[in-house]
Ligand binder design. Structure first.
Ligand code: DHB
Length: 309
C-alpha cells in the first residue's frame, strides 16, 4: 500500500516519525533519523538557550515502558533552527518539525519570533506539556494559560504551528480544551506527551534521581490513554486541525490503532530509545502487512474508521 501522507499540503513518504525528546537532541542523533525509514522527524524541545537538564539518572527503561525526568536538556533554539534550515536546503521537498518549550511566555514568544523571521518552511510544535521542570506546571493543564499563549503566538506568526498536549482524562476536559483549540488556526495537535509524574520503584528505591523520582511515563503503560486522547480530539476538533498520535507505539498494530482512532501521523518514543532508528522499518513492515490483511486500500480509508459496537 502507498503509505504517503498529505500533511497540511506537504507530502510525507509515510506517517511514522520520532517523538520529540527521543533520538533527536544533537546532530548525530538527528542524522540517524534522516538515514532511517521515518517519514519525517521532530527536534528536541528547545529553550532560548542551552540547558544542561536534570541530574542523572533521569531516563530508565522499565518492563512496560519508560520513566523520565530529563528537565529539557537541549542545545538551544539556534542549533535546532539551523539544523532544520540546513535540512530544508538539502531536502527541498521534505519538511520537519521544530519543537519549542519555553521556560516562560517571553521565552516562547521570542523563539516564535525568531522562527517567524527565519526561512523555516516546516512546522513549529509548541510544547504545552513538559512535566519535568521543577516548579513549572504544565501549561496544557491551565486552560486560561493555554488560551493566552495561543493568542500571543498567533498574533506573532503566520507560519504553521501545532501543539503537543498532555494527556487528559475527563470528557469535560476534552470538551474545554477542544473549544479553546478550535478558536485558533492551528495546524495540528499532538496527543499525548508522557503521562506526567509517575513513580517507578525498584528495591524500595525510586528509579530516577530528579524530583524525588517523579517522572513522565511512556510506553505500553500509556497506549490506552493515548488512543483515547487521539480519538477524543479527532471527534471534537475542526476538520482542518490534523492529529499526531503518540504513546505506546511498539508495533505495526499500535500504529494501526492510532490511525484507526484518527491520527494522520504517528510517533515512536520509548520503543525508539529501546531499539534505535531501525524500529521505523520494522513497524512500517508490520503495519503494511496488517492493513493489507484487513483489506484497506488507502490510509485515508483507515483514518478515523474505528467502529462502535
Ligand atoms: C522533557 C520532557 C517532556 O515530556 C517534554 O515534552 C519536553 C521535555 C524533558 O524533561 O526534557
Amino acid at each position: 500500500m502507498d503509505l504517503g501522507v498529505d500533511f497540511l499540503g506537504h507530502s510525507i513518504k509515510n506517517p511514522l516519525m520520532n517523538a520529540s525528546g527521543c533520538w533527536c537532541d544533537n546532530k548525530d542523533l538527528l542524522d540517524d533519523l534522516l538515514q532511517s525509514e521515518a517519514g519525517t522527524f521532530v527536534t528536541k524541545s528547545a529553550t532560548s538557550e542551552y540547558r544542561e537538564g536534570n541530574p542523572k539518572p533521569r531516563y530508565i527503561e522499565v518492563p512496560l515502558g519508560s520513566i523520565n525526568s530529563m528537565g529539557l536538556p537541549n542545545l538551544g533554539i539556534d542549533f535546532y533552527l539551523n539544523y532544520s534550515l540546513e535540512f530544508q536546503n538539502n531536502h527541498p521537498d521534505d519538511i520537519n518539525f521544530l519543537s519549542i518549550a519555553g521556560m516562560c511566555m517571553e521565552d516562547n514568544l521570542s523563539m516564535v519570533k525568531k522562527i517567524e523571521q527565519s526561512e523555516f518552511k516546516g512546522i513549529t510544535e509548541l510544547n504545552l506539556s513538559c512535566p519535568n521542570v521543577p516548579g513549572k506546571p504544565q501549561i496544557g493543564y491551565d486552560f486560561e494559560a493555554t488560551e493566552r499563549i495561543l493568542e500571543e503566538v498567533f498574533s506573532l506568526t503566520k507560519k504553521k504551528i501545532g501543539v503537543k498536549l498532555p494527556p487528559y482524562f475527563d470528557f469535560a476536559h476534552f470538551d474545554a480544551v477542544s473549544e479553546i483549540l478550535n478558536k485558533f488556526p492551528l495546524s495540528y495537535v499532538n496527543c499525548i506527551n508522557s503521562l506526567g509524574n509517575g513513580l517507578y520503584i525498584e528495591d524500595d528505591t525510586v528509579s530516577i534521581r530528579p524530583k524525588d523520582g517523579f517522572g513522565g511515563i511512556g510506553g505500553a503503560y500509556v497506549k490506552p490513554t493515548a488512543l483515547a486522547n487521539v480519538r477524543a480530539f479527532y471527534l471534537r476538533l475542526n476538520q482542518d486541525i490534523a492529529i499526531i498520535g503518540c504513546g505506546g507505539v511498539e508495533s505495526g498494530k499500535d500504529m494501526y490503532e492510532h490511525i484507526l482512532c484518527g491520527a494522520h501521523l504517528v510517533q515512536v518514543g520509548t520503543q525508539l530509545m529501546k531499539e534505535g532508528p531501525q524500529v521505523f522499518a520494522r513497524i512500517l513492515q508490520e503495519f503494511n502487512e496488517l492493513v493489507k490483511s484487513k483489506g484497506y486500500e488507502s490510509l485515508k480509508d483507515l483514518r478515523g474508521a474505528l467502529k462502535s459496537m
